[in-house]
Design a protein around this ligand. Sequence first.
Ligand code: KQY
Length: 364
Amino acid sequence: MAKRINSTPKADNFRMPGEYEPQEKIWMLWPERPDNWRDGGKPAQKAFVRIAEAISRFAPVTMGVNRGQFANARNMLPAEVRVVEMSNDDSWIRDCGPSFVVNDKGEVRGVDWDFNAWGGLVDGLYFPWDQDELVARKVCEIENVDSYKTSGFVLEGGAFHVDGEGTLITTEMCLLSEGRNPHLTKSEIEQYLKDYLNLETIIWLPDGIDPDETNGHVDDVACFARPGEVVCIWTEDTAHPYYEAAQKAYKALSEAVDAKGRKLKVHKFAVPKKMVCIKGADGIDYVEGTIPREEGEMAIASYLNFLIVNGGIILPQFGDENDELAMEQAKAIFPDYEVVGVRSEEVAYGGGNIHCITQQQPKG
Ligand code: KQY
């Protein structure tokens, strides 16, 4: 039976592995929410199928699906993708799913953060979020994995990256936002991160690129390529909407020292040349309590929102002039990996990308 554990991963010698460490499987949730995805989620569902197929080449995929979409998802997805019924409010399992931790004996546990739809009643994106809040627990139950619950501490998986060796990167814009943990100081927030992910060093970047969506998740801006090396979005176009955030992130990372005392090597990573803008918004329902998505509005589109999975890099592609550049840069930064580009504008229209809709379960 999967139990709740009343201590912390740090106290029990569990740590969160880097995304480049071996993975058991990848979790996803099926899109259908008509007030977020256009045309009842049909175009997004096709994108999710392409992404699940690409990931399946490197690790098994399990897709959680709301009751009413089970038959359709099962029909659309290839046989190798496991489909399980799992109620949810939307498909962002990076954020509502568990963050898995492991120990040296090969045991795996989950960390179940409080989830409040990226800001709760202050600036959250939809209401209610009660089914999302249960996703981490359900995943742990299905996998028979014990879990820690951070009651009173709100966090999402897209808000941080770890190197697996005691270092985490995050943004002040997100973790210090009013809708997350206004009752905690910055050093109290650091202590939660250290206790629940078993860390020594937190590297703070100032800003993310989507203040109005996730309040600046780091997984659009920077990630670890391996211990001691990070990838950071970069543009020299001063008029680009991501320019300021990229500059600040690059500077913070270049000046940082990780938990092992290493100065980080920072790889520059392209951003789309032209902004991806929401299409087909007349096919999105308007519902009070959900942030409206407007025609032509800038969607957040970052190549850096890729997934690292057992020797594969699943890289967003937008039909942009810089798609090929991002592919080439990913191949150069990850020479031993196969880089697979997948068109994912439809995911961007919904507010995120490949990293946001996936959650890795590490091998024990
Ligand atoms: O990017 C994410 N991690 C989540 C975005 C949520 C968007 C909801 N419309």
